[in-house]
Ligand binder design. Sequence first.
Ligand code: SAJ
Length: 418
Amino acid sequence: MKASIVGLGYVGLPLACECADEGLETKGIDVDEEKLEKIKNGVCPVEDEVTERKFKDLYQEIEASKDYSNVSDSDVIVVTVPTPVSDSKEPNYDYVESAMESISENISEGTVVILESTVAPGTSNKVVRPILEQSGYEVGEDIYLAYCPERIDPGNEEWTIKNIPRVLGAYSEEGLEKAEEFYSKALEAEINTVADLKSAEASKVVENSFRDINIAFVNELAKSFDSMGIDTKEVIEAASSKPFGFMPHWPGCGVGGHCIPVDPYYLIDQAETSGFQHEFMELAREINNSMPEYTVEKLQDGLNKHGKPVNGTKIALLGLAYKGGVGDTRESPALEIRKMLEEKQAEINTFDPYVPEDSTLESIEEAVEWAECVVIATEHEEFKEIEKLGTENLALIIDGKNILDRELIETDYLGVGR
Ligand code: SAJ
């Protein structure tokens, strides 16, 4: 089987490695010359340990280029390009449309195109299918179209692209079979087929919106319990002792990454065009988007108790990545917190062991020694080191991800919801 993967990022590159590993003739397409150069030279352009390990062994099996004519003899073309939302939170399908146009100019009869990028329900049929049919082929007759939402949890060693269960829908029965045959060859993942393209598209935005609204629930609890002096983390841990009907989520200084804070807007935007307002999902987004500012307000109040204005106070920001164990800073709340502290003229230094290029300090020890106040903005395991350090020289620790055991902290400690 010959497979082409269009878009060699955090989803496409691991998939290309899996295809190569299973002996499929694998071609990669990307428009980023720098990324192609890195791949050619065996330098993994994706910051993820699991991907880096696979890439090292398999990169020479992947023919990577920007030449779309390479897809002309592919049995399967998988599209994993970005689908960002604009500042006004409107989905942007430019990359998808451009990739599909290039594919339609080179596709051969019998090929199945599988879109994995997150899109609003209805997009594959209404946007992608007409572009592919510019080839002169008819989708469902001469060529085929399927949708299989990407699922990846950066940094997760247990659930990787090889074994994460998938959802698959297609425009036609034959397209579904062809796509299912591809995934059963390339991966070892359970494939859950659904009735059509839009069911598969909707499942992706639903699973991530589920996470977003549940995080918003505990973030609202954190604000409420702060006012009542209740430790939210303790309460959620206690509620988690219920063996059914409860799924813990955790409050924090914000919700970052390329999925959770972005995906709900696809559904919100699409539903609006059909006259429905997702008030609940919109409110959840507002609550989660308010958490960086809430964290800075707690810091400001905490410093005031020590007679320290934010202005001029030495603040060490620990963590720039959007979540623990990764170096990805996309949509990271830490960056928003840094921006707010800069606007308040704090004296800031940063340290994130996973983002050395943007760190101005070399270690946690250096941060604790230099600072008057430490703000933890990412749940990196390494930051628990602080519990063992003498922190009496600090006026305040703001634990934006509630990772420290407050009993072990000798100085003033404030968490989010504790
Ligand atoms: N977060 C909280 N509280 C929580 C969980 C997460 O504040 O209880 C924050 C994190 O700190 C981070 C953001 O939300 O800033 C996103 O966290 P995440 O664990 O959801 O991490 P992601 O973005 O890598 O999510 C990926 C997603 N995968 C895809 O979209 C394909 C998501 O669907 C998965 O649920 C998630 O991995 C996972 O861990 O399962």
